[in-house]
Design a protein around this ligand. Structure first.
Ligand SMILES: Nc1ncnc2c1ncn2[C@@H]1O[C@H](COP(=O)(O)OP(=O)(O)O)[C@@H](O)[C@H]1O
Ligand SMILES: [Mg+2]
Length: 339
């Protein structure tokens, strides 16, 4: 069990700066997700934590111990990659055994850990198979098993579910959450998928261009994003953000508001002329439990509204839109949220 403190981390690859002054506290036993678009520095930050990359400035401590210059093996953490990185010629058992063997653990202790990891991951019946004889989900479980048997202080996951199909991803997400509860270990999970971040994290760290954009619980980021970047990154479909203009009725705006935002699920559909804007339904996507309405506001801006699956509003209909005051987001010209 271990808390982690990252202080002022900077990382360059040649002339490219990948991390800018990253500081972060991660509590013991926390499930933390680093999320952001491709290239924002998620893997670099994780690899610096693991000791696979050396930071150019800053410090990292794990469990109160400064590990900034420690070798990966001396950091007491285990990493699981998207690519599984299993040894193809070795059985599942041998794959899990390998690291422990190298570390000189006794045979009976190793076997005990393998059996326990196989039980947790439901791999008992597959211990003698080769990776090529397993499904993608089973292979990823073996990769996780190999991390579990190391009994690390911290688990690091770099987009571990990206190679799996959508259904299996959801299943593995639930399994990983269960694993986190069961092991009560500190876990850091990297993904570009905001749904994974929202569903799994105790705490989300949003990275943008090598900088920490915002840190918070999933619901904090959803309700009070501190920038337009976070507002549009968290939530699907994304928050509607548009320039306040004519036709927005009696909305009271901050004088500094350059952009306003409303999530698709927060628009209220009202009679034409009685809301903050009037709009026409251009497209309706019925998803069953809910429908998405693609609306053209009279001012020319297109927005998306999410309504109940039973809602009968249809294409061509003219409607009014209301933005409840507590659902209105406002941003200044630089994209900072105005509270
Ligand atoms: N080994 C490397 N050499 C040079 N540039 C790299 C290397 N690894 C990553 N980068 C650059 O650092 C930035 C962050 O990359 P990365 O941490 O892999 O992003 P992410 O995991 O969020 O997609 C990107 O601009 C990427 O091109
Ligand atoms: Mg990456």
């Amino acid at each position: 069990m271990a808390g982690i403190r990252i202080n002022g981390l900077n990382k360059f690859y040649g002339d490219t700066q990948a991390l800018f002054d990253v500081s972060l506290d991660i509590a013991d036993g926390e499930f933390v997700v680093f999320v952001g678009p491709s290239g924002c520095g998620k893997s670099t930050l994780l690899r610096c934590l693991a000791g696979l990359e050396a930071a150019d400035a800053g410090a990292i401590s794990i469990d109160g111990r400064d590990v900034t210059h420690a070798e990966p093996v001396d950091r007491d953490l285990a990493m699981v990659f998207q690519s599984y990185a299993l040894y193809p010629h070795m059985s599942v058992r041998a794959n899990m055994d390998f690291g422990m063997k190298v570390n000189g653990l006794a045979a009976d202790a190793r076997e005990k850990r393998i059996v326990e990891a196989a039980r947790i991951l439901q791999l008992e019946d597959y211990l003698d198979r080769k990776p090529s004889q397993l499904s993608g989900g089973q292979r990823q479980r073996v990769a996780i098993g190999r991390a579990i048997v190391k009994d690390p202080k911290v688990f690091l996951f770099d987009e571990p579910l990206s190679n799996l199909d959508a259904k299996l991803r959801v299943q593995m997400r639930v399994e990983l959450e269960g694993l986190h509860k069961q092991l009560a270990a500190t876990m850091i999970y990297v993904t570009h998928d905001q749904v994974e971040a929202m569903t799994m994290a105790d705490k989300i760290v949003v990275l943008n261009g090598g900088r920490v954009e915002q840190v918070g619980t999933p619901m904090e980021l959803y309700h009070t994003p501190n920038s337009r970047f976070v507002a549009e990154f968290i939530g699907s479909p994304a928050m509607n953000v548009f320039v306040p203009g004519a036709g927005l009725g009696d909305l009271v705006l901050d004088p500094a508001a350059a952009f306003i935002g409303c999530r698709p699920e927060h628009f209220e559909l009202v009679a034409r002329g009685t809301g903050h804007a009037d709009a026409t339904v251009k497209v309706k996507e019925q998803l069953g439990g809910e429908s998405l309405l693609y609306l053209g506001m009279d001012g020319g801006t297109d927005v998306v509204a999410r309504v109940d699956g039973d809602d009968v509003t249809d294409v061509g209909q003219n409607i009014g839109l209301r933005i409840p005051e507590n659902r209105l987001h406002q941003f200044d010209t630089s994209g900072r949220a105005l509270q």
